[in-house]
Design a binder for this molecule. Sequence first.
Ligand code: BG6
Length: 255
Amino acid sequence: HIMKEFSGISSLEIELAQYLGIQNCIIVPGNADESEWVKSELGKMCAEKLTEVVKPKQTISVTGGTTIASVVDALPEKLKDMELTFVPARGGIGTDLKYQANSLCEMMAKKTAGDYMVLYVPDQVTQELYYSFINDTSIREVLMKIKSADIVIHGIGDAMVMAKRRKTSESEMEILKQEQVVAEAFGYYFDENGNEVNKVSTIGLQLEDLKHIPHILAVAGGASKAKAIKAYMKIAPKNTILVTDESAAKLILKG
Ligand code: BG6
């Protein structure tokens, strides 16, 4: 932490948290777009913060994504014997299994000798399917656990990157473009003012559930995500702790 003060990162962290109106920011040096090493640092800082706030027997809800994947490797030995339960905040999206919330939950549970639950449903569903899914007893049980989590760890994505990953149809892509979306989080898309655009039915944690969750760790870095982070933070709960990198932080502050 002496290095942080020396490099001016500590004051950047305070400035960014004030600017975004959230509880706390943790900034790692560099640009995650350019080096995998920076992404690992994001994971490390998130794991550190988690270790600081978590209590035995708590439930942690996690989203998918490559950034959250970097948290897995960084989870310390100390978390073993804490009897933690990991639950996926999202259903399945795209085809890359190793970055799905379900897979990351399982990996986190294994790393910490804890428990996990799975949500075997697609992330985005039609209205009809949505109701039949959420009325299924076993899915309901997982959803209840997700909504009552003590801690949430989530990623934030560039809207268009995420829309492509979700294999969004051409017509929906057109709507997103027209609405000038810049950010995606928890399956929601936002324009630069933080307005929710094109709400689709997704299964998993809903934005309103965040209100009841004591600790929220948002992890996202890289210059390419600056706009997305800034937009999402307009509606993020105030108790959000953002773990990001220097290049995103500086771009956000530039306005
Ligand atoms: C996922 C979240 O965890 O990560 C998305 O559900 C987010 O909301 C995405 O946009 C970001 O992914 P990545 O790979 O850029 O970390």
